[in-house]
Write a protein that binds this ligand. Structure first.
Ligand SMILES: [Cu+2]
Length: 133
C-alpha cells in the first residue's frame, strides 16, 4: 500500500469540487419511494399508513397527489379479488393514510400512482402487505 500524497489528494478533491454535476440537479422520479409503515395488518376494516420518502436525503415528502389507487390480492394469485381503499386525512406531513377493507387473510397489493410537487413524472408504486387473522 502506498503512502498517500497530500498534494495529490488535495488536487483530487479540488477536481471533484469543480466537476459539473448536472445529474444532481435533474430531478428523478426514481429518487422517491412509498414505504409501508407496517407490513402486517389485522384482517378486516383497518388503516394503512404509507410514508413517501426522497431517498437521497431520506426526507419525508408531503403534498403528493395520489390519483390512482387499487387494492387487490394479486400476490396470492387473486388479482380479481379487490378490496375497498380510500385516502383519509394525513396524520403528519409525508405520511399518507388509507382506510382499507381487508376481507381475506393473506397478501394484498396496493397499487398507486402519484404526482409529486415539482416533479413532472408520475410515481407508480406497488406495495405488498399481509392481512393476519
Ligand atoms: Cu383473497
Amino acid at each position: 500500500m502506498s503512502r498517500s500524497n497530500p498534494g495529490r489528494v488535495a488536487a483530487a478533491l479540488l477536481a471533484i469540487a469543480l466537476l459539473p454535476t448536472p445529474t444532481a440537479a435533474v430531478a428523478d422520479i426514481r429518487d422517491y419511494e412509498f414505504k409501508l409503515v407496517r407490513e402486517q395488518i389485522k384482517k378486516g376494516l383497518s388503516v394503512v399508513d404509507v410514508r413517501l420518502i426522497h431517498k437521497p436525503d431520506d426526507r419525508a415528502v408531503p403534498d403528493a397527489v395520489i390519483f390512482a389507487l387499487r387494492l387487490d390480492m394479486a400476490p396470492d394469485d387473486m388479482e380479481q379479488m379487490t378490496g375497498a381503499i380510500e385516502p383519509v386525512k394525513s396524520p403528519e406531513p409525508g405520511l399518507y393514510r388509507f382506510k382499507v377493507d381487508l376481507t381475506d387473510e393473506g397478501r394484498w397489493r396496493i397499487s398507486l400512482a402519484a404526482k409529486i410537487q415539482g416533479e413532472a413524472e408520475t410515481l407508480q408504486s406497488r406495495l405488498v402487505l399481509k392481512a393476519t387473522p
